[in-house]
Structure formats: C-alpha cells, structure tokens
Design a protein around this ligand. Structure first.
Ligand SMILES: [Zn+2]
Length: 267
C-alpha cells in the first residue's frame, strides 16, 4: 500500500551565478543595509511517491541560460537522465511559474501531463508577456512550447489548489508572478514546502525583504505570511527556497549515487 509518507523529495542544484543584494532585492536601499555580493543557485525538484515520479519545474535551457550568462553545473536534461527520469516514463510535470529558469526543457517530456495555475497560464498568454519588465524573465520559444503543451491537451490548470497525488498538493500564492505556486509534500520527515520563487532566499523570507522581480507585491508578502503561519501551526516542517545557495547544505547533499554533491533528499 502506498501512503503519503512514502513520498521522497529531491532537491537538484543544476546552475549558479553571482550577483549583489541591490540587484536581487526590491529597493534594497530603503533598508539602510550594506550592499553585498550574493550567490544565486538554480534548482528543480523531484517527488517520488512510491509508484510515480513527479518533476517540479524543468530548469533553464541552454539558450535561456546563455542569454543571461548563467552557469550550468549540470544540464537539466542530463540530470533527468542521471536520475533515471525518462521521456518514456512520462512523469507528471508541475510548473510553479513560467519564468525561463523554470520552464526551459519542457520539450524533454513530450508525453507528460503538465500542471500550472490558470492565473499563470492566462497571464503569459494575455499579451502582457511582451512588456519589457515581464519579458525579461521569459523566452518566447519556451512560452510557445507551453502553448503547444496546451494545444496538445496536456496542460492541466487549477485555480487555487489541486491534489496531485496522496500527500502532494499544489497551491497558488501569486506575488512573484500571477500564478506563482508552491508544492506541499507530506514525507516521513514531515511536510515539505517547495516554495519555488515564492521564497527565492531564506533572508528574503526571514527578514521580509521581497525579491526585485514581482508582479504583485502585497501577494508576495501574503505568501511569506502563509508560509510563516503554516510553519507556526506545524503544518510545514521544511521550507525549500527557490534559489538560496544554502539550500542543499540545509538538507545535506548526497555524495554517493547520481550527481554527487548536487542532490539533497528529504523523506
Ligand atoms: Zn526562479
């Protein structure tokens, strides 16, 4: 029998770059804190339920990374192969939002069903995606790919939340993008919140300093509040950030097995 406690979460670090706090946080100057270098890591996540594999986001593509001078530690498609995640298996793909570093490589899963918040799908096909402040974070070819997934009847949308599998729930919080979603996974080690870009950095979440790129600032703050409340109420034991370089170390990278040093497991 499969129970939700059979769920295991893998955090896969596939890319990295260096930046400054004044670039990654919104209006950093208002806090009177020094500008400092800050790294940014790039992740995708995998949930194994015991009988299914669920991929949460698919990383940036070669083109999307090159256009922004990002560094691959491992190409996501190579990482999927190393982890035994195959096209044939057609794992469900959850899309937390449609930015280039989360929907590059959707074409690696030509038979998979994909799930995205309806607010996210509608926003990126509304014409608003052509405005410079939003277009900066997407690749046209990748939005076209998302449209193809929709045209092929493989894109499932939801309004507020959806149960993906026993103990696996996707929840729209908005903020960073209109349909930014988090994924809650019950595991033997407690409930994991894959925050994706609802929380890029732990400092962002703990010090209440929103990220520079934001579609709806009150919703972004409300997303922090929701996660803090879930932690305080004991509904979430582990918050997994979308981009914090300390993330793997918090959960202990695995040194043996595929992708040594690039994967941490919870559950
Ligand atoms: Zn991101």
């Amino acid at each position: 029998m499969t129970t939700s406690h059979a769920n295991v979460v893998s955090i896969v670090r596939y890319g990295t770059r260096q930046d400054h706090k004044s670039e990654v946080y919104l209006n950093w100057g208002i806090y009177g804190r020094p500008d400092e270098p800050i790294g940014m890591d790039y992740f995708f996540w995998v949930v194994e339920t015991g009988n299914r594999t669920i991929v949460v986001d698919t990383g940036f593509s070669s083109e999307g990374g090159a256009n922004r001078s990002r560094t691959f530690l491992v190409h996501p498609t190579e990482a999927f192969r190393a982890l035994g995640i195959t096209t044939e298996e057609a794992p469900e793909v959850l899309i937390t939002h449609a930015h280039y570093d989360h929907i590059g490589n959707l074409d690696a899963f030509p038979r998979s069903r994909m799930t995205i918040a309806s607010a996210e799908w509608e926003f990126w096909t509304s014409g608003m995606e052509r405005r410079a402040q939003f277009h900066h974070s997407v690749e046209d070819a990748e939005l076209d790919q998302l449209r193809r997934v929709h045209a092929e009847g493989r894109l499932r949308t939801f309004d507020d939340s959806i149960e993906i599998a026993p103990g696996v729930q996707m929840l729209r919080v908005g903020g960073h993008t209109p349909g930014q979603s988090i994924v809650l996974v019950d595991t033997a080690a407690g409930t994991v919140a894959l925050a994706s870009d609802a929380v890029h950095y732990y400092e962002e979440y703990e010090d209440d300093v929103p990220f520079a790129f934001v579609a709806d600032l009150p919703a972004m703050y409300a997303g922090f509040d929701l996660l803090h409340r879930m932690e305080a109420d004991g509904d979430v034991q582990h918050v997994v950030s979308g981009h914090d370089p300390s993330t793997l170390d918090r959960f202990g990278p695995v040194d043996d097995g595929p992708l040594p040093g690039l994967v941490a497991r919870i559950g």
